[in-house]
Design a protein around this ligand. Structure first.
Ligand SMILES: C[S@@+](CC[C@H](N)C(=O)[O-])C[C@H]1O[C@@H](n2cnc3c(N)ncnc32)[C@H](O)[C@@H]1O
Length: 274
């Protein structure tokens, strides 16, 4: 495990923290309707007690809160700054059934109790030891409870026509992220990890989001914004030039982008103790 629990996502350490916060909010808000459908399909229902693990600025927590009413959702995150944002966001919406608690996935507090549904979105790509994290998450699932882990896999990120430098940019960002413990190909590994952790009825499906749905500029902001932060200093000029080429897609009527989101689910056996 890396020496920092946050792996490749330590909010507050980025060059442009406010830009990254805006990207996180945009990324969550823009797919909210689609995400609601996915959550229903994987079994989230009113009355379930839910945990939004690594909740970030709380946009997804608000969606979960709506969907589990009259039950409650707890948002847990390592970053006090993001929890502050999340709290303010839920307050502004008048949401009453969501609370937040600072916490680390590697040492989840037993006082959180157990949950019928644990959702964790875009956390696993950042973790230096996702298997250890899973072993700490499972005790927080009630018997029969469901875990849903959502993350990306860069092999499924496509732009057509492919801009010059797109692959070089993506590769440099992935190398940067892996230096701090992250894994941009984690999506394909989630099913195996959930099985190995002992969950039952493990299933993985891949849902795609495209530039036509989001608008090309939004699509590129979401898919390249965090990557830009990961490129090492020595390659930052080259990455800047690559991005100029990549953003030319905004003015190309025939350009399309696709990104895949892996949705892995599993159920905790009824005979297992919490
Ligand atoms: C890419 S953001 C995703 C936020 C949110 N789930 C979303 O999809 O909008 C990754 C989040 O993981 C949190 N995080 C990183 N390491 C963590 C850890 N060890 N325990 C809990 N949260 C962690 C970060 O603070 C950040 O909020």
């Amino acid at each position: 495990m890396g020496d920092h629990a946050a792996g490749s996502y330590a909010f507050g350490t980025f060059d442009e923290n406010q830009d990254e916060l805006a990207r996180l909010k945009q990324q969550a808000a823009i797919v909210s309707e689609m995400e609601g459908r996915v959550l229903r399909e994987v079994g989230l229902k009113p009355g379930m007690r839910a945990l939004d693990l690594a909740c970030g600025p709380g946009i997804v927590t608000a969606l979960l809160a709506e969907m589990v009413t009259p039950s409650e959702v707890i948002g847990v995150d390592l970053s006090e700054d993001l929890l502050h944002e999340a709290h303010a966001y839920l307050e502004s919406r008048g949401t009453r059934n969501a609370t937040f608690q600072q916490g680390d996935v590697y040492s989840l507090d037993g006082s959180l109790g157990v949950f019928d549904f644990i959702y964790t979105r875009f956390l696993f790509q950042h973790l230096a030891d996702p298997k250890l994290a899973l072993s700490k998450i499972l005790p927080r699932l009630s018997p029969g409870g469901r875990l849903c882990v959502v993350d990306i896999d860069d092999a499924w990120l496509t732009l057509h026509p492919e801009p010059a430098g797109f692959r070089a940019f993506t590769k440099r960002a992935a190398e940067g992220q892996s230096r701090s413990g992250g894994d941009r190909n984690v999506g394909r590994k989630l099913g195996g990890m959930l099985q190995e952790a002992g969950l039952e009825q493990v299933d993985v499906h891949v849902t795609t989001v495209n530039s036509q749905q989001l608008g090309m500029r939004n699509f590129l902001d979401i898919t390249t914004g965090f990557k830009k932060e990961q490129v090492s200093e020595e390659h930052s000029n080259a990455a800047g030039k690559d991005l100029e080429e990549i953003y030319k897609c905004v003015d190309m009527k025939d350009a399309w982008g696709f990104v895949a989101v892996f949705v892995a689910t599993g159920i905790k056996g009824r005979n297992e103790s919490p």
